[in-house]
Write a protein that binds this ligand. Structure first.
Ligand code: ATP
Ligand code: MG
Length: 398
């Protein structure tokens, strides 16, 4: 495919079963997100139609464009294409230009969007295939061809494409609103953020930092993780919570075995307050069942009791290795395993309770005025905006 000079990208929409306004919103959002992802290529122009998005390359390098498009959610697949008039001879000639470089077997795949076109899809397939068979050594194989020649006949023009590239799937980020991701420096939370984005939900992040017990390097690591996630949505805000004072109070007033549970309840309270402030409808966390003592069902119940926000836990049922596979795919794994302590590792007690009781949590919490400290944490977050393509531009996209 490398030697051909493509003029267009034909983008096929993902899970789009809706009609009317939802469909329009989907298409507009997908176009805007693709445009944002390809911001560095101002020569590109976009034409979002009812069933396809067409991007005119205007000379841009298609390998670069491909890399960027692969990260845009809401795209089921895309193809690089050349465009010719919807006339059978022009179409045949254009397919032949592709065939020139190829050997082996092939399959013709024609789709006729313009039902007024004089020939049926089958007739077009046969017409062109006959010519290829006559003029080259290539053979037809409809089941497992070496090459596919895809022809999409539309009213105004016809697109000729040598391959279908699988897209990222999911929904255009932002179409499903916004959620607040609890981002630690670990492996699970960045993966959870990515999986949330995939469903069309944009994210902001909240990170609990325990300076001076945690280092600047630990924070830097979290910011770099957010930057990786920005590849899928554009600018991502990271709200860093000064958590130390509250944590120290927790340890002063709770049994050591309950400290983690109470700490998590505080995290969820702060996250809930910040989510309200930032217009985030849900919280996202990297918790899964059974990994550690604080992730039993009883523990999740005790923690969840402090919030009425929906809590999305995308990796809840995944094995660690499955999570690591995704972390590798999105390039966060190597950052996540850097050895900087986060707040949980530093304050981890030796014998955390595996089945915490709600009344006990409440008893420990009644021993001091945590609510004002929670509010202080919400009021004093320090916010960073991370963005993959222009680190200096602190622009607001969501
Ligand atoms: P991860 O790999 O995401 O750190 P984990 O398996 O280490 O997860 P925990 O450390 O128990 O599990 O944390 C569970 C979840 O709680 C994390 O996935 C994250 O969503 C949230 N969390 C934990 N620590 C922090 C923190 N310092 N800042 C923000 N969120 C946190
Ligand atoms: Mg962790």
């Amino acid at each position: 495919m490398a030697n051909y000079s493509y003029e267009y990208v034909l983008v096929r929409y993902g899970e789009l079963s809706t009609k009317g306004k939802n469909r329009k919103d989907f298409i507009r959002k997908l176009r805007d997100n693709a445009k944002y992802a390809l911001k560095e290529y101002p020569e590109l122009t976009y034409d979002a139609q009812y069933d396809r998005l067409f991007i005119h390359l205007n000379g841009a390098d298609y390998e670069d464009v491909k890399d960027r498009l692969l990260k845009v959610f809401g795209i089921s697949s895309f193809s690089f294409a050349i465009r010719v008039p919807s006339e059978i001879e022009a179409i045949t000639e254009a397919v032949f230009d592709l065939v020139k470089e190829d050997t082996g077997t092939f399959k013709m795949e024609t789709r006729r969007h313009d039902k007024l076109f004089a020939m049926s899809s089958d007739e077009v397939n046969r017409y062109i295939a006959t010519k290829i068979l006559k003029n080259t050594e290539m053979k037809v194989d409809v089941h497992n061809p070496d090459h596919r020649y895809i022809v999409e006949i539309r009213k105004d023009c016809t697109y000729i494409m040598p391959e279908v590239i699988r897209g990222a799937g999911g929904y255009p980020v932002g179409i499903g609103g916004k959620a607040l991701l609890m981002l630690s420096g670990g492996i699970d939370s960045p993966v959870s953020g990515y999986l949330t984005q995939k469903r069309g939900v944009a994210i902001e992040c909240i990170h609990f930092a325990s300076m001076p017990y945690t280092s600047k390097a630990a924070l830097d690591k979290v910011l770099r993780l957010a930057k990786k996630l920005s590849l899928y949505q554009g600018p991502i805000k990271v709200h860093v919570v000064p958590f130390t004072n509250l944590q120290l109070e927790i340890y002063k007033h709770s049994d050591e075995s309950y400290a983690i549970t109470v700490m998590r309840r505080m995290m969820y309270r702060i996250a809930t307050g910040l989510a309200d402030k930032r217009n985030c409808t849900a919280l996202v966390s990297g918790e899964s069942v059974g990994q550690v003592a604080s992730q039993t069902l009883e523990s999740l119940q005790a923690i969840n009791a402090v919030t009425t926000k929906p809590v999305i836990r995308p990796v809840i049922s995944f094995d660690k290795l499955e999570i690591i596979d995704i972390a590798n795919k999105i390039d966060t794994y190597d950052i996540s395993i850097e050895p900087f302590e986060d707040c949980c590792t530093i304050f981890t007690p030796h014998n955390p309770v595996t089945k915490p009781r709600l009344d006990k949590c409440e008893l420990f919490e009644s021993r001091w005025d945590y609510a004002s400290m929670v509010q202080e944490c919400i009021d004093n977050v320090e916010t960073y905006t991370m963005n993959f393509n222009d680190p200096d531009v602190q622009d607001d996209y969501f």
